[in-house]
Design a protein around this ligand. Sequence first.
Ligand code: FMN
Length: 158
Amino acid sequence: MPTKVLIVDYSWSGSTAKMATALQRVTGATRVTLTVPAGTFPNDMYATSDVANQQLASGDLPKLTNALPDLTLFDTILVGGPVWSAKVATPVRSFLRQLTNFTGTVAPFYTDAGTPGGYEADFAGLIPQANVVAGIGMTAGDLATADQQLPAWWANFK
Ligand SMILES: Cc1cc2nc3c(=O)[nH]c(=O)nc-3n(C[C@H](O)[C@H](O)[C@H](O)COP(=O)(O)O)c2cc1C
C-alpha cells in the first residue's frame, strides 16, 4: 500500500468532485482541488468546449489559482478530472505540467458521459516519465455506488 498519497482533482460541473470525495473516503489521502480564475470557462458546455479547444491549439493552458503542496513528498498521485472531447481537460493538463519531473506512480480517475475514448492514453502521454497505472472512469450514474466500486480499484495499489 502506498504510504504518501495525494488526490488532485478538477471538476467543471461537480461530478468529478463527487468521485474525488468518495476516493478520499476510501483512501484517506490528502486532497487538493484545482481551481482556475473566475470567468476562464463559460457556463455553457459547448462554449466551454470551444475555449478548451483554443487552449489546446495555442498551448496556453489555464492558470491554476490553488496552492499546491510539495509534490516530492508523495509517492502516488491520483489525478481526477472530466473527460473533454475524449481528452484530459485543460486545467488537469496544467497540473500535469507540474509533474514533468515526477517519477512516482500516477493514476487517472475521471468522469464522463459514457464515451471516454482515448482519455487514459492521452493522460499517460502527457507524463511519459511517470509510472502511470490503469485508471478508473465513472459516469454520473455510477457515482451513487462509488463507495462500493472504488475499493476494488484502490486494492490494485497494494
Ligand atoms: C467541454 C466538454 C467536453 C466533453 N466531452 C466529453 C466526451 O468526449 N465524452 C464524454 O463521455 N463526456 C464528455 N463530456 C461530459 C463530461 O465528461 C461529464 O459530464 C463529466 O462527468 C463532467 O465532470 P465534471 O462535473 O467533474 O466537470 C464533456 C463535457 C464538457 C463540458
